[in-house]
Ligand binder design. Sequence first.
Ligand code: GDP
Length: 295
Amino acid sequence: MFDNLSDKLDKAFHILKGHGKITEVNVADTLKEVRRALLDADVNFKIAKDFTSRVKDKAIGQDVLTTLQPGQLMVKLVKDELTELMGGDVAGVNLSGNPSVILMSGLQGSGKTTFSGKLANFLKTKKGKKPLLVACDIYRPAAINQLHVVGDQIGVEVYSEPENKNAVSIAENAIKHAKANGYNVVIVDTAGRLAVDEEMMTEIANVHKAIQPQETLFVVDSMTGQDAVNTAKAFNDRLNFDGVVLTKLDGDTRGGAAISIKSVVDKPIKFIGTGEKMEAIDVFYPARMAERILG
Ligand code: GDP
């Protein structure tokens, strides 16, 4: 995960680690390399620039040149800043409702349906919950089938109404069904389009308004780089979602989305998807991710 970024940051710190006497120029060169590494990882220019200027301020504040191991201190400053940028504290998922309703949003192909299954499985096996999955895609019958396949795989019931073309009423009926049958979590998988469009946004905004979920998650493919950040912004403007799910982190992603998304929409990354299997879900820990990137 993020091997390229890790390598480049490692190289950046070589400048500091390799010198007997560290000068201001060495520190500046290191920060320049850090910035370049972030840009190469698809982090937006302004975020990368602000990042290095904050690290620089801290390095000056802590008198980095006079410390015994300036290289190590710089790595720590960058690690702390990276943790902060990716979200600081760990954010949980709100399960306070009865049932707790979780609405999934995102573009088609982002991994919504797969993640809905993963989350249901996670809540069932790790949190002892009784989840209900809801197929709310009124455009693609294949999407409904796909959720049924996922549900069968993990032993979770899937609620669907293939003849009903009103997403709001399907979601409302599903919640009634959950209440009547003792389900304590309802995960609503919605329709996605290949790009942000008005019709889709209005539909999901209507579902959101009608069912008032405890948790609205935005699912995004981390491989889409800066586009992931732009899509997040468009969805957040309409839904004011609670958290982000970054999928496909097992692939050849450069990591820019993971690093930038929090600072653009000010919402935490809550989960990551790391494969196609139902078990490939992890709670997102910013500090652990920073540790992984910087080694
Ligand atoms: P949706 O259209 O948003 O519901 O997306 P899907 O759940 O159908 O996922 C689209 C494709 O991405 C499928 O082939 C999934 O198997 C794959 N996929 C989803 N999540 C992950 C992940 O975390 N890692 C990998 N490698 N593939 C994933």
